[in-house]
Design a protein around this ligand. Structure first.
Ligand code: NDP
Length: 478
């Protein structure tokens, strides 16, 4: 039974969140109008065509630059010391890219091997069947998602261990060939972005287009591209970036073990941190269809390049540094290690359970009451009697659990984890802090885009929601 406090839209409600009895969320006529409005190109984001062009050129340059500083200059930020030094400096940079990051045959084999093995596993492995949210762009049709990332994760770990043990592919080779593999990853990112754009336009499946070629390549043309049961966008979000990030950390651990006969607590921290992230995406994969990346964001350069190349090759610079430097340069005291591990695990707990609370709330709204039980299921991931705001759009906004404290508790926790991935190196080099600095920019910008969309979609109900849940990120602060 539903318990309206006052009966009208925009009021607080709780219990029995499924509203229309048929397992689908009840979008009202007013809500459909808003969804239709949002499903057209509104305004240019990211600085429009010029802004996205700058990013498409700037991202790869930045990735090469940071890697060169880390790899060849001991983690120091290098730059030309005089105007006469600009050309020699650029030449030195270019020589590193040409000689040490060439997309050679070996790198193609390694990256493509992982890429197609992940695709193969995604196609053949059995998985948990999850119904996505009704997609406005598809006339409120829901899509089924074959969530088999957890099985694929364990199959990948067993395969990698076998390849390493039998010397077929030593995991240390990932870090040894970092520059070369990164270049191949970037080529994949560009090729898939342009390829998907042309394929989508050729088959007439494009949506929400601006009409500007480069901008549409950046934002994407298609919403839910699929190969059979594999949703490519969801597959690429989990199986490529977080697999590589995890195996880079393992590669770093193997390096240390071979060199010193032990793995430092800092490296163990990174292996744990990357495994937690990867495992969370896999064990909670059925929660991903409830995110706006799946039902709203298109599959363009912004997502493709970042999944195929950006995340894997910019998030774990600390591992790359540790794999090639004396552990004395980043050793901490025992209380500091205890503090950092506690901070990481606490942030992980909040991130995992907050994401789970909102996703499961949305599933409850679709009439689902049974949830998947994968390892580890943390206490507090499901709210039994959630409080929410019923909007006149038809959707409901959760105001219980972590979501009573701020509108993006998941961002705060996710950012703290990203900071931990850098702080584990102390002050040995600042390059590993790139992830947390970049990430806070992404999160603030993403939050702005998201809230703008929500304020159009929910109008006065969004204002009411913001008056109840006052803070964006940290209660009492911001
Ligand atoms: P989500 O889709 O999970 O959340 C945003 C959407 O949820 C909103 O658009 C709105 O959609 C709905 N919503 C917002 N508030 C509420 C509420 N109180 N109750 C019910 N529905 C609500 O996307 P996020 O960006 O928030 O989360 C994705 C996760 O991915 C985050 O943890 C983020 O940190 C992570 N991430 C990680 C990156 C990385 O590189 N490591 C990069 C980007 C993201 P609607 O109402 O239309 O359903």
């Amino acid at each position: 039974m539903e318990l309206p406090l006052n009966g009208s839209n925009g009021e607080l409600r709780h219990r029995n969140v499924a509203t229309n009895g048929n397992g689908k969320s009840a979008v009202t006529d007013e809500g459909r109008k808003m969804d239709e409005l949002l499903d057209n190109h509104q305004t240019y984001e990211f600085g429009g065509p010029w802004g996205v062009t700058a990013m498409m050129i700037g991202f790869p340059i930045l990735m090469y630059y940071l890697w060169i500083c880390l790899w060849f200059y001991d983690g120091k930020v290098v730059y030309p010391t005089s105007t006469e030094d600009i050309m020699p400096f650029l030449n030195r940079m270019w020589v590193h890219v040409r000689d040490d990051a060439s997309p050679n045959a070996y790198a193609w084999k390694v990256y493509s091997g992982l890429f197609f093995y992940q695709l193969f596993l995604a196609i053949v492995m059995p998985g948990y069947q999850q119904e996505g949210l009704p997609v406005p762009s598809l006339g409120y049709k829901t899509l089924m998602y074959n969530c088999n990332a957890a099985y694929c994760l364990y199959a990948t770990i067993v395969t990698a261990a076998g390849l390493h043990y039998y010397h077929i592919f030593r995991l240390t080779e990932i870090i040894d060939n970092y520059g070369h593999i990164m270049s191949v990853a970037m080529i994949y990112g560009f090729a898939w972005s342009f390829g998907m754009y042309f394929l989508t336009v050729a088959t007439g499946n494009q949506i929400r287009m601006s009409g500007n070629f480069i901008y549409d390549v950046f934002m994407g043309a298609c919403l839910n591209p699929r190969i059979g049961s594999v949703d490519l966008k969801m597959w690429a979000e989990v199986r490529i970036p977080w697999v590589i990030v995890f195996f880079l950390a393992v590669s770093g651990g193997c390096h240390q073990y071979e060199q010193y006969g032990y793995v430092t607590p800092n490296m163990a921290f990174m292996i744990l941190a990357t495994w937690l992230y990867f495992n969370a995406c896999a064990k909670g994969e059925e929660c991903i269809p409830q995110t706006w990346d799946m039902y709203y964001e298109k599959w363009g350069f912004m997502v493709i390049f970042w999944n195929f190349a950006g995340v894997p090759f910019t998030y774990v610079y600390s591992v790359v540094y540790m794999a090639s430097h004396d552990p004395e340069t980043y050793r901490f005291s025992t209380p500091t290690y205890v503090f950092l591990f506690t901070l990481l695990l606490s942030a992980y707990y909040i991130w995992d359970t907050s994401m789970s609370q909102k996703s499961r709330f949305k599933m409850q709204c679709q009439g689902m009451t049974e949830f998947r039980k994968t390892f580890p299921q943390l206490p507090g991931g499901t709210i039994q009697d959630p409080e929410y705001i019923q909007t006149s759009h038809g959707n409901k906004l959760l105001i219980s659990g972590w979501w009573r404290y701020s509108r993006k508790p998941n961002y705060v926790a996710d950012w703290v984890m990203s900071f931990c991935w850098g702080v584990i190196i102390g002050n040995a080099t600042i390059i590993p802090y790139f992830y947390s600095v970049f990430f806070i920019t992404v999160l603030v910008h993403r939050c702005g885009r998201d809230f703008e969309r929500c304020s159009i979609k929910y109008g006065k109900d969004w204002e009411r929601y913001c008056s109840i849940v006052k803070y964006k990120f940290i209660p009492g602060v911001y």
